[in-house]
Design a protein around this ligand. Structure first.
Ligand code: MGD
Ligand code: MGD
Ligand code: SF4
Ligand code: MO
Length: 751
């Protein structure tokens, strides 16, 4: 407490993957005075972006939903929690009784940044027991998770670039200077990339747009969208052809499939791929030689390599190159982090596991395969709109805005009106939740605790940081785990007032029992009752987190390891605990059935034929659309905060001067952009930042729908780019949506 009654509080920012430490100053009445970067944070060391400080505006936004809302004679009106849950129980239970699959769930991106939802979202989906589970993952990183699971055994065994120690970083389809990094938790990427160059290292960026990250690089190459897999294969080809492929004895011994890879790569010479990628063959050869020649190098690909036609192959090839150059799992290369809690590749017997299993069920209409227990969101509309047994009749959305974020938005927007029931757990009445029959609100981030259970699994340093709520939680806005358990109670047939404390105790006991059944567990000799006793008086996410930390790789093992981690240890460290630089983890981290790195898994081999066929296309004279992330946005939200949207309109269409001339467009004038699924108008910005044949429109805008409650956002100009994204265009292997490289037609709006 400061002398004037003011106090300082520390908290990790929950808005993006960088996990920055924040320092908040509050007055005696608990009003937030300022939010700055926490200089003492062990990971972010004071770094912050404009969104972090905007948490104050988010906290104070009068448009945030503050009570449950229920639809009454067509309009949403405030209601009590009991009234809301009675309505949910009355209308959901009969549908569930007829067909579990008739109830779908969509989980949005904020769930990945929310301890309650990470731990209790699963409880709800399990209680529902429906095949129709969807999430933002299938408009995002599922291809990378699929490739990683096939190669290494689990979907979170993802190699991240050891950016602080590498000498050469090849980035494809990522713009960490705007996004602050993804599947690579690394606050202050600008600082880290500048340090790389300052120590004599090289940064190469492959992107159809000269992004802010490309501006920072030594070298930037434009690439035709959707052709990264061809480029990466050609680099592998050169490595083999010029005898530069050298994983070294350690990796070679634990890898299956090197010879088959050589055969596959033979079909992708730089000369063959050059035309489709629009990169000169000699440049590709030079890239390969420099990658192989660097003392320590890493290849890193992100959303541009995932949300495209060959998303899984491109994601796989990133690690193929890391392995071929001997950089996988070594300092300065691409490494496997070891999170303090919840890391599946750190539990059980080391070096071998069940491996990846996909397609245990498929979507009803299009027959797309399940991955990690969910179906591709590109098929949600058709599952709602196609009659028959198993038709989706009710939808629960949790922290998501699929009407803006997923392909063929107009179709999904219409489909949501056909549902018999829609329930949303969300902080805004947005373009999606405006369709809901019941909206259940969630507290402000400042009123809930935080631990980045998922993002620390992808961090460039091993760290752990727990934040207690900055402000006292309010009884009228319960934490989301309470709401999720109550929903789970309805789904389990317990009615609208299930005993949340009892359900929670059951969740904790089940997690303990799973741990006790895990071979090699540090608490194998203990009993569930004993451990439950030791976790008292904690409840909810804190109880589960304490359990995960204490039984995790750095944990105190409930007394077995003196000085080991526990939640109490994290509570005593408000700036986080640094667990050191990444360490080599192979072969122990492998969970493949064969106990080796599966370099060329069978489903991948099968898909290579599709990639080979793409080479026949040659140079394509077709205009395609890509996206563009912006520092002051967060997907489709945070556009309701004046501090983040002030200034020039940002949702503009970037067009190369050659294309502007070709399509008779004028800078600053509206253009009409058309795809198979829809048409939008967007203001033209003529710029050489984007390559010829490619136009760029940011996603997440288009807030002019009726019935939303976002007074600031709804005044922002610019269309929803996903009106143009085609739900039928997917990465065939993973079902992930193609959001980059969408064929479009362009004309002046006046035409
Ligand atoms: N400020 C801000 N930060 C965010 C978000 C946000 O909306 N705003 N969203 C968060 C989320 S959910 C995520 S998943 C991450 C994503 O993090 P990033 O992957 O870093 O996201 P982008 O900035 O979209 O970078 C993707 C890049 O791929 C390029 N690209 C498009 N198509 C292709 C292609 O076919 N090949 C290649 N090589 N490049 C291509 C685009 O031009 C773009 O520069 O960002 C997170 N951080
Ligand atoms: N064209 C195109 N489309 C894209 C992308 C792209 O690059 N291009 N990127 C894709 C990616 S990577 C992603 S991750 C998706 C994101 O897709 P979604 O997750 O569907 O969309 P968001 O915009 O993140 O919406 C999140 C919503 O959650 C709510 N929310 C915020 N905080 C909380 C909270 O604490 N609790 C609850 N319950 N709700 C909260 C907000 O109201 C917000 O509307 O978009 C995808 N769509
Ligand atoms: S970079 Fe991400 S985590 Fe850091 S302050 Fe900005 S939004 Fe928050
Ligand atoms: Mo994402």
């Amino acid at each position: 407490m400061l002398t004037n009654g003011h106090r300082t509080a520390y908290r990790t920012c929950p808005l993006c993957e960088a996990t920055c430490g924040l320092e908040l100053e509050l007055d005696a009445k608990d009003r937030v005075l300022s939010i700055r970067g926490d200089k003492a944070d062990v990971f972010s060391r004071g770094f912050i972006c404009p969104k972090g400080s905007a948490l104050k505006a988010l906290h104070e936004d009068p448009d945030r939903v503050s009570t449950p809302l229920i639809r009454d004679k067509g309009e949403l009106r405030p209601a009590s929690w009991d009234e809301a849950f009675k309505l949910i129980d009355r209308r959901l239970s009969p549908i569930l009784a007829q067909d579990r699959n008739a109830v779908a769930v969509y989980l949005g991106n904020p769930n990945a940044h929310n301890l309650s939802n990470l731990l209790y979202g699963r409880v709800l989906t399990r209680a529902l027991s429906s095949h129709n589970v969807y999430s933002a993952s299938s408009v995002d990183q599922i291809p990378k998770q699929m490739a990683s699971a096939l190669m290494f055994g689990t979907g979170t065994t993802v190699a991240v670039p050891d950016v602080d120690r590498t000498d050469h970083l090849l980035i494809l389809g990522a713009n960490p200077l705007a996004s602050n990094g993804s599947l690579m938790t690394a606050p202050d990427m600008r600082g880290r990339l500048r340090a790389l160059r300052a120590r004599g290292g090289k940064l190469v960026v492959i992107d159809p747009r000269r992004s802010r990250t490309a501006e920072e690089a030594d070298e930037h190459h434009f690439i035709r969208p959707g052709t990264d897999a061809q480029l990466l294969f050609a680099i592998a080809h050169v490595l083999f052809e010029e005898d530069l492929a050298d994983p070294g004895p350690r990796l070679t011994e634990m890898t299956a499939g090197l010879e088959l890879l050589r055969e596959l790569a033979a079909g992708f010479s730089p000369e063959l791929v050059s035309e489709v990628c629009e990169i000169a063959a000699e440049e590709i050869r030079r890239m390969a030689r420099e990658l192989a020649g660097a003392p320590r190098a890493a290849v890193y690909g992100r959303i541009g390599t995932c949300t495209q036609e060959f998303g899984t192959l491109a994601s796989w090839l990133v690690d193929v190159l890391n392995l071929l150059t001997g950089n996988l799992d070594r300092a300065g290369g691409a490494m496997f982090p070891l999170g303090a809690a919840g890391h599946s590749n750190a539990a059980g017997p080391p070096g071998r596991g069940r491996g990846a299993r996909f397609g245990r069920f498929s979507s009803r209409v299009r027959g797309l395969d399940e991955l990690f227990g969910e179906l591709p969101v590109a098929c949600l509309s058709e599952e709602i709109q196609t009659p028959g047994v198993g038709q989706v009749r009710a939808l629960i959305t949790i922290g998501g805005n699929p009407v803006i974020s997923t392909p063929n938005s107009d179709r999904l927007d219409a489909a949501l009106d056909e549902l018999e029931l829609m329930v949303s757990l969300d902080v805004y009445v947005n373009e999606t939740t405006r369709h809901a029959d019941v909206i259940l609100p969630a507290p402000s981030p400042l009123r809930r605790s935080h631990y980045d259970l998922v993002l620390y699994l992808f961090a460039v340093r091993n760290v752990a940081h727990y934040s207690p709520p900055v402000l006292e939680p309010q009884a009228e806005l319960p934490d989301e785990w309470v709401t999720l358990l109550r929903l789970a109670g309805v789904a389990a047939g317990m009615g609208p007032d299930a005993d949340v404390a009892a359900l929670d105790a059951g969740v904790a006991r089940a997690l303990i029992e799973r741990e006790l059944a895990t071979p090699g567990s540090p608490v194998a000799a203990r009993s569930a009752d004993e451990l439950l006793g030791e976790l008292e008086p904690r409840v909810g996410p804190e109880r589960l987190l304490d359990l995960l930390l204490r039984t995790g790789p750095y944990g105190d093992g409930f007394g077995a390891q003196q000085d080991g981690l526990s939640l109490a240890a994290l509570e005593a460290a408000p700036h986080g605990i640094d667990l050191g630089p990444l360490q080599p983890r192979l072969p122990d981290a492998l969970r493949t059935a064969g106990g080796r790195i599966e370099l060329v898994p069978e489903p991948i081999v099968a898909d290579v034929a599709r990639l080979r066929a793409s080479l026949q296309r040659g140079a394509v004279d077709e205009l395609v659309l890509i996206g563009r992330r912006q520092l002051r946005s967060n997907n489709s939200w945070m556009h309701n905060l004046p501090v983040l949207v002030k200034g020039k309109p940002r949702c503009t269409l970037h067009v190369h001067p050659k294309d502007a001339q070709r399509y008779r467009l004028t800078d600053g004038e509206p253009a009409r952009l058309r795809s198979r699924t829809g048409t939008v108008l967007a203001q033209v910005e003529i710029t050489e930042l984007v390559m010829p044949g490619v136009v760029s429109l940011p996603h997440g805008w288009g807030h002019d729908a009726d019935g939303t409650v976002q007074s600031v956002a709804s005044d922002q100009p610019g269309p929803n780019s996903n009106v143009l994204a085609d739900e039928l265009l997917i990465d065939a292997l993973s079902g992930n949506a193609v959001l980059n490289g969408i064929p479009v037609e362009l004309s002046p709006a006046a035409a």
